[in-house]
Design a protein around this ligand. Structure first.
Ligand SMILES: [Zn+2]
Length: 105
């Protein structure tokens, strides 16, 4: 399954995330964890994160981790290393989860 997330739609206030319905809360935590990890390592062509895949079938939860990269359009692309779960995250720059190291000029 493929997900397209506009990070502007996720509240930056942790209290607001906590107040979301469970599926939306879990997805918000999942997506923002990916942004926090990927944005630290953007110079790499492929970034391995410690974020666990959230995919599950009736038998078990996927044991894969999320890999990702920044595409030329500035969109974060992520994909599970074990299953077909993947997605795109836009408008993540400048959010509280953006961990890019900014160089001062
Ligand atoms: Zn997976």
């Amino acid at each position: 399954m493929s997900y397209v997330t506009d990070l502007r739609h996720i509240p930056e206030d942790p209290a607001h995330i906590q107040a979301l319905p469970e599926p939306a809360r879990l997805m918000s935590v999942f997506i923002t964890s990916i942004v926090a990890e990927l944005s630290r390592e953007l110079s790499l062509p492929l970034i391995n994160t410690d974020v666990k895949c959230h995919s599950r079938n009736t038998m078990s939860r996927c044991s894969g981790c999320i890999d990702g990269w920044l595409n030329p359009a500035g969109v974060l692309v992520w994909a599970c290393d074990s299953c077909a779960e993947n997605g795109f995250i836009s408008n993540w720059e400048g959010t509280v989860w953006d961990n890019q190291v900014r160089t001062t000029h």
